[in-house]
Every structure is written in C-alpha cells, then in structure tokens.
Write a protein that binds this ligand. Structure first.
Ligand SMILES: Cc1ncc(COP(=O)(O)O)c(C=O)c1O
Length: 393
C-alpha cells in the first residue's frame, strides 16, 4: 500500500508493506518466510491453489518456502529424493514410525539407540498397540530371529549413543528387505559425509537436526529423508499431527548445514587426538572411539564410515564420584546434555540420556556410572587435551 492510498492511517498501519513481490529478488542465502499464510493475485488463482488445482502455498503447517529449501538441502546431502523437516528429532521419528505401523504391528529395534527413542518405542508406541523387540544390533542372527509376521520396521543407529558401538547398516538392510520390512536409520551421530544410509539401501533416514546439522546448540529440529514415495507416506503424519519446524529454525538449520563439512572434519580430527590422549591416561579404564585401532570394530569402521565422528565416551576409574569430579573441574568443556555443537560438551549418560532405562538395562549396554560422553567441538585440540588433563589430575 503506497503513499496517497485512500485508506486511513489506522488501516495503513496494518496493511502497509503486505504482499511485496519477492519473485525478482535473488539472494545467496535463503530468506525467512516467517508467515503462517499466503496471498494470491486474485480470488480465482487463490481458490485454485486452495483446492489443489494449481501449485502454491496455503498454510505453513502444510508447506513454507524456507522449509522447502531446507528439505531440498537435506535431501541433497543425504542422497534422497525428498525430505520433511520437523519441530524435533523425536517428532520426525514418531511420524516415520507411525507412517508404517498401526495397532497390532511390531518393530525390531536396536537396543543401542538414543534413550528417548527407546522410551518412545517401549512406552508410547506400546500404548498405541505397537510392540517393539529390542535386539543386540551387532548380532545379526538375533535381528533376524526377532522378526515376526507382523513386523513392519527395523530400526537402528549406525553409531550407538553413548558407547559408539557400530552397527552394520548394510546387513540390517538386507535382512529387512528379505523379510519385506522397511528399515529406518537415525543418522544423527554420523551425518554426511561420514555416512549416508540411503546409499546402503535404507528406506528412511532420520535426524535430530538439533545436533550436528544445526551445530550451535541453538535450535531443536528433526528430519526424515528418503525416496519421494516414502516421504509421501510420512507427509500426512507431519501435516495432521502437526509437528512442524518453524521457518526461523529452518533458516538456522540452512545456515548450520553450510559449515557442516568443515565442522565435522575438525571435530573428527580433534576427537581422534583426544581419544589417543585418554587411552594412555592412567585414570581412564576404557575409551570408546570408532577411530582407535584398539577398537574391536576398527577395521569395520574404516570400511563403513568416511571419518570416525566427533563423539567419544570414556570410563573414569572410581565410578560416578570420580566422573562427577572431572566434569566439575573442566573449564573449557561444558557440562550439558546434547551434542554436535561447535563447542565441546560433556555429559553423564546414566543420569541424563539413559535415565529412562533401569540400571540393569544400562549395565547390559555398557552405560556404567563412571561413563562420560564427550561431543568434541572445533576448539584447539591442545586446549581440549589440557582441560581434560587438568580435570583428571
Ligand atoms: C541419536 C538421537 N536421536 C534422536 C534424538 C532426539 O532428538 P530431539 O531432541 O531433537 O527430539 C536425540 C537427542 O538427543 C539423539 O541423540
């Protein structure tokens, strides 16, 4: 609405600037379309969009230009045909599972998955009549044995949280498809270029975008990536359960992904140096890192992954009391939940991410009281090692 408009100042406060045509504006980054709804040339063309006769935007719960660009980017980096972004990783995981399972169905899941996902399957999906059998992901015969006539999904993570045990996603995929099941893989810990589950034949890739994709601990988001056909099955679960991502968070993610490659390169390098330092330290009884030659899965990891990730965990001698002391003494490395940040973050899985499990369940998967998980950032490796050295002494 321009100067000289016939409308009063009160109406111009409200309408001035609305409907600016951005179609000729091109920018290197993606603008934030922070809007819930959209305007049309005229009533007729608007009606055509609303009834699906022509393409266009209707309502941000259905689609949004900023979110669409993010979906294209995520699909591109994971090697998919399409993607959907969600308000959180768990919103993405639940939508993907519900797209394939109805009451009475069954899924086989790795027991080495994020604690919140474990809880989602064991408690919340069970309340909906969807039953889960948890298996040791490294014992492929156990995986196959757990499949029943009503199994619809196999679910795994390539690198387990927090023990960093690797799962052979290629083997899992073969088994899943032999039994006409879908395979869903949470790739949060090993984002591209470290691993691309779709290249292994996986049906849907999931992300807590909160972690490496965002990379700065400033957002919560999730994603599902796959073929066009698979994504279409998930779309109604996003649209009608409504767990959408906001345009602003989508923009933060677009910005985050631009530096994913360099962040990961540095995080992997730093993590290896720290793992080598910790392995020699007398106060540490065990270091879990995919890139250590002492890791029993080292040869497999070298073949399976393009980089060993920025995640490691280690057992401090003296249990929780000693582990707590170390966390308290650290100055550069911050004690907090979450991971994948440019800053190094340390956490205590037994009392945070895996608190949902009983102590027997935790012990069975190696989450002991003295175990600390380190998400390595992009700081100087020398400084991080010095911080750990001081805290351990
Ligand atoms: C491997 C993994 N998957 C999924 C999630 C859940 O993601 P969000 O917290 O974004 O819902 C997390 C959270 O820590 C995670 O570590």
């Amino acid at each position: 609405m321009q100067k000289g408009s016939k409308w009063s100042i009160q109406s111009r406060f409200v309408h001035s600037g609305a409907g600016f045509d951005f179609s000729k504006v091109r920018t290197p980054g993606t603008p934030i379309y922070q809007t819930s709804n959209y305007l049309y040339e005229d009533v007729e063309s608007g009606t055509d969009v609303l009834v699906g006769k022509s393409a266009g935007y209707i309502y941000t719960r259905y689609s949004n230009p900023t979110v669409d660009v993010l979906n294209q980017v995520l699909s591109d980096i994971e090697g998919g045909e399409d993607a959907l972004s969600f308000g959180s990783g768990l919103a993405a995981i639940s939508a993907a599972v519900l797209a394939h399972c109805k009451p009475g169905d069954h899924l086989v899941a790795s027991s080495l998955i994020y604690g919140g996902t474990y809880h989602l399957f064991q408690e919340q999906m069970a309340r909906l009549g969807i039953e889960t059998t948890f298996v040791d992901p490294t014992r492929i015969e156990q995986v196959e044995k757990a499949i029943k006539s009503n199994t619809r999904i196999l679910y795994a993570e390539p690198l387990a949280n927090p023990t960093l045990v690797s799962t052979d996603i290629f083997q899992w995929t073969v088994i899943a498809h032999q039994h006409h099941c879908k395979i869903l893989v949470d790739n949060t810990f090993t984002p591209p270029p470290i691993f691309r589950p779709l290249d292994a034949g996986v049906d849907l890739v999931l992300h807590s975008a909160t972690k490496y994709l965002g990379g700065h601990s400033d957002l919560i988001g999730g994603a599902v990536i796959g073929s066009k056909a698979e994504i279409e099955k998930v779309r109604p679960h996003l649209k009608y359960f409504g767990g959408i991502i906001s345009p602003f968070v989508a923009w933060l993610l677009l910005r985050g992904v631009r530096t994913l490659g360099v962040r990961l390169e540095r995080q992997c390098n730093n993590a290896l140096q720290i793992a080598q330092f910790l392995e020699k330290h007398p106060k540490i009884s065990k270091v879990n890192y995919a890139g250590l030659p002492s890791n029993p899965q080292y040869d497999f990891n070298r073949r399976h992954f393009n980089g060993f990730s920025g995640m490691l965990s280690f057992k401090v001698k003296g249990g929780f009391t000693a582990a707590k002391k170390v966390m308290q003494k650290l100055q550069l490395i911050q004690f907090t939940v979450s991971l994948g940040d440019v800053a190094s973050l340390i956490s205590h899985p037994a009392s945070t991410s895996h608190v949902y499990l009983t102590s027997a369940e935790r012990a069975a998967i190696g989450v002991t009281d003295g175990l600390l998980r380190l998400s390595v950032g992009i700081e100087s490796a020398d400084d991080l090692i010095a911080d750990l050295e001081t805290a351990l002494s």
